[in-house]
Design a protein around this ligand. Structure first.
Ligand SMILES: [Zn+2]
Ligand SMILES: [Zn+2]
Length: 514
């Protein structure tokens, strides 16, 4: 699952096209959730009705998923089978071992999938961190054991394939955060991805060390904190203070954890910055720490947010200013270590854009992996002990979650909506009598282009005249043909608006004959 942006007006969530899996539904024995990140489980509530199979997840991911399923009325229908670290489970014809790995959310697991012809390792999202603070470190021994049995293919995270060295440790970050916050005056607000429970705990410890009380602002943060506590995490953390009480405390005694590190307009940080939050506002001298990475595509919204913070004289600290974030994905040295432990015959890069996948193939080959294959969405890969190859392409793509339904992201509805968004829409109604003459003055509404009142009134009436004129110039025979009228009127109105505004709106014409 991913999120919509300015190119998908009206759409907040985007999910994969499940067509191929639905076609092969009789072979679908289950869905395994490797960890509780949105891009790994967020699509399920929207797709499950078409897939209808059991879901396997750890208690933390299951806790989050149950809440999401409840929102769409599925919580009592979907079977969730919980699995534990280091355990094995038979799912259909496969024996699956769950190998714990460090990542930026608790209970992340790689899967060693034992099949009839050999083992496939799906590495999920992972990193190497000896001190992940919450959850288990990446289990080197377990990977080595699997490697000894011979691994046909390793599907591996490519997010940070361009980063040299190691991704860094959450443990080291905690020390740095304590120090950074000790130098802050005023309130400290820390923004990060809600699911990062270790980061939440880091903020809590940093606040405690600096004698600050802690508040949580943002629905997803509150939800994650609740689930984390129910799974036994954050157990010795102090109670959070009520958001409404923040105003009564001295500013230098408060640390607020917020959602919205990516500049999301409806998240807490943007709302507070725009003075649009019922309980909290910024004061000069407050500090906002972005304890997160800028996700490609969000630069604009994050930039706008930072400008707003600058206007308020709020001090901003981000990754480039101080050690306030570590990635949850493996850098090059970590990738090399995993290859060494697992010794796969084939590496299949996943979790990255095309350039990441290509670079990952290059790195794998450089490290002596016999084969590395870039596989794009929709390509079907056949893996045999002696050979792996792409054998065909099947339907794939993306669906937009549009209100309560799914629509193809590249379909006509979305195409039209994008056009409407860019050019506006001219709605024209003409009424013709039995001689095919105009019976009334054409009606024109052009929302997003002209206002028929106020300063655009003159342009609006000129546009109506141009419609009248274009119809009057047509012969009676031509006017018996709706298609013809449509072409003539659309072209005339588009031309008119182009001359007047430089824009060619989409035209929808209704013809009424009486
Ligand atoms: Zn991911
Ligand atoms: Zn992840």
């Amino acid at each position: 699952m991913t999120f919509g942006d300015s190119s998908t007006p009206g759409v907040e969530l985007i999910v994969p096209d499940p067509h191929f899996i639905i076609q092969n539904n009789q072979k679908l024995t289950g869905i395994i959730i490797t960890h509780a990140h949105e891009d790994h489980l967020g699509g399920l509530p929207y797709l499950w009705r078409q897939l209808k199979c059991p879901i396997y997840a750890t208690p933390f991911a299951a806790g989050l998923l149950r809440k999401k399923l409840a929102e769409v009325g599925l919580s009592k229908i979907v079977t969730i089978i919980e699995f534990a670290s280091g355990k094995k489970l038979n799912v259909g014809p496969f024996e699956i071992s769950f190998i714990p790995v460090a990542h930026s959310v608790p209970e992340t697991h790689c899967l060693a999938i034992k099949t009839g012809i050999g083992t496939i390792v799906h590495a999920s999202d992972w990193k190497i961190d000896k001190e992940p603070l919450i959850g288990l470190p990446t289990d080197q021994e377990c990977f080595r054991e699997v490697g000894k049995t011979g691994v046909l293919a390793l599907l591996c995270d490519s997010t940070n394939v361009f980063e040299d060295g190691f991704s860094g440790s959450e443990g080291a970050l905690r020390q740095s955060m304590i120090e950074v916050i000790s130098n802050c005056k005023g309130r400290v607000v820390v923004a990060f991805f809600a699911s990062n429970v270790a980061r939440m705990e880091t903020c809590i410890r940093a606040a405690q060390k600096n004698n600050r009380r802690i508040a949580l602002v943002g629905r997803s943060l509150t939800r994650i904190a609740e689930i984390a506590k129910s799974c036994g995490y954050l157990s010795d953390c102090p109670e959070f203070i009520d958001v409404r009480d923040i105003g009564y405390l001295p500013q230098e005694e408060v640390l607020i954890m917020v959602t919205g590190s990516q500049g999301e307009s409806r998240a807490a940080l943007s709302r507070i910055s725009n003075d649009n939050h019922p309980e909290i506002s910024f004061s000069e001298g407050d500090t906002v720490i972005f304890s997160s990475r800028e996700i490609p595509g969000n630069e604009l919204s994050i930039g706008m947010l930072k400008n707003q913070l600058a206007k308020l004289n709020v001090h901003v600290i981000e990754e480039n200013d101080a050690f306030v974030h570590v990635s949850g994905h493996p850098a090059r040295e970590e990738l090399k270590q995993l290859y060494d432990w697992v010794q796969p015959s084939l590496v299949i890069p996943i979790h990255g854009e095309t350039r990441h996948l290509i670079e990952h193939c290059r790195l794998a080959k450089e490290c002596g992996i016999p084969s590395a294959l870039k596989v794009e969405n929709g390509e079907v890969l056949s893996i045999r002990p002696d050979k792996a190859e792409i054998i065909k392409e099947v339907q794939s793509g993306r669906y937009a979650v549009d209100g309560r339904r799914l629509i193809p992201l590249k379909g006509d509805v979305m195409k039209l909506r994008r056009r409407l968004n860019l050019t506006g829409n001219a709605l024209v109604t003409i009424v013709l009598d039995k001689h095919c003459d105009l019976l009334k003055v054409p009606q024109l509404s052009a929302p997003g282009i002209v206002d028929d009142m106020g300063q655009d009134a003159v342009m609006h009436s000129k546009a109506v005249s141009s419609i009248e004129k274009s119809i009057q110039l047509m012969s009676r025979k031509q006017k018996t043909d709706d298609e013809k009228i449509n072409r003539v009127v659309s072209s005339s109105i588009r031309k008119f608006f182009y001359q007047e505004t430089g824009k060619r709106p989409m035209v929808i014409l209704h013809i009424v004959r009486v």
